[in-house]
Design a protein around this ligand. Structure first.
Ligand SMILES: [Zn+2]
Length: 233
């Protein structure tokens, strides 16, 4: 695990393989938790940093899988978006997939773990570790981004990838459609974030960008269909 100081009060912890998946420490709030086998190493990597709460961008196994271990070991609550609350509290990650009944849905249900009680449902405008919560539904129904206006730092979870977690190829792309609850809505969320004019952009997968305009350009050039086949509502 490599720790990058992204900006004042913000660390990016890049899980293995390098930059595959990130978790962030914003002030004293751990944002995301990697997969279930990452929890111990995240805790040991951050042992000299106080952690008073744990928040999620979204409830997919590679971001939320470590939450149970983090919350139990540190005795901290988990906070998430309203649309992902049922998944977090029951542990059934198929609920936020575009199709919970196909093969992927069954596989993901098989990976379900005990749920984690949600200490707080986060809403647009809430403050978390010095960042403002921005509701960005689409990749999952309750997906959240975190924004710090005074220095233009954005943590956008999986609204976009900066590294393909399967091929490990770098570059800004949309998240996998197969695992995205509503891709058309995710594009709207990407444009909502681009309109903020971020200077530094932090992703769930891949290195952070210090030239935020590259993300804004990507988001503004996405096509805007009313709906995409296979999307859920
Ligand atoms: Zn995801």
């Amino acid at each position: 695990m490599k720790v990058h100081q992204v900006a004042e009060g913000l660390l990016r912890i890049a899980l293995m393989p390098p930059d595959h998946t990130n978790v962030y420490l914003a002030g004293e709030v751990l944002i995301d938790a990697g997969g279930r086998f990452d929890a111990k190493r995240i805790i040991s990597t951050l042992e000299n940093h106080p952690i008073s709460a744990h928040a999620l961008t979204h409830a997919h196994f590679d971001h939320y899988g470590g939450s149970l271990g983090i919350c139990e070991a540190l005795g901290v609550p988990v906070w998430c978006g309203a649309g992902d609350e049922e998944t977090v509290s029951t542990g059934d990650m198929s609920l936020v997939l575009p199709n919970p009944h196909n093969l992927l849905g069954k596989l993901v249900r098989g990976m379900s773990r005990p749920g984690v009680p949600v200490g707080r449902v986060l809403r647009e405008g809430d403050l978390v570790g010095g960042f403002t919560v921005i509701e960005t539904p689409g990749h999952t129904p309750g997906h959240l981004a975190f924004w710090r206006g005074y220095d233009g730092v954005l943590i956008l979870g999986d609204v976009a990838f900066n590294r393909n977690p399967l091929t490990l190829r770098s570059g800004i792309t949309e998240p996998f459609r197969l695992a995205t609850w509503n891709s058309a809505l995710n594009r709207e969320s990407a444009r909502k974030l681009a309109a903020l004019g971020p200077k530094i952009v932090c992703f769930g997968h891949g290195a952070h960008l210090t030239d935020g305009a590259r993300f804004s350009e990507f988001a503004e050039n996405l096509p805007s269909p009313v709906s995409i086949r296979g999307d859920r509502e």
